[in-house]
Design a protein. Structure first.
Length: 88
């Protein structure tokens, strides 16, 4: 579950991972054109997606994109497990 994911939209990139509870942990956000950090966090202080949305509402499009990428990560695993249990 320690796989690092990156989601980018409008030149802003979030680096995130899923924790053991399958919750998003935002590790950092930076401007891709200038490689400037917008916000970074240390281990143990990573906000989840809800907290990030509350703290930085101006990045709503980025949080929407992270949510989309999260579901793309989770749904294929879910579908394959159902297919394995209940083959058609």
């Amino acid at each position: 579950m320690d796989e690092i994911h990156r989601t980018e939209i409008d030149g802003i990139q979030a680096t995130w991972r899923l924790n053991h509870l399958r919750q998003v942990e935002i590790m950092n956000v930076h401007n891709t054109s200038e490689v400037l950090p917008i916000v970074t966090f240390g281990p143990g202080s990573y906000p989840d997606l809800v907290q990030a949305r509350e703290l930085w509402p101006r990045l709503a499009r980025l949080w929407d994109a992270v949510r989309h990428d999260l579901w793309m990560e989770l749904v294929p695993r879910y579908r394959s497990s159902i297919t394995a249990r209940y083959p058609q």
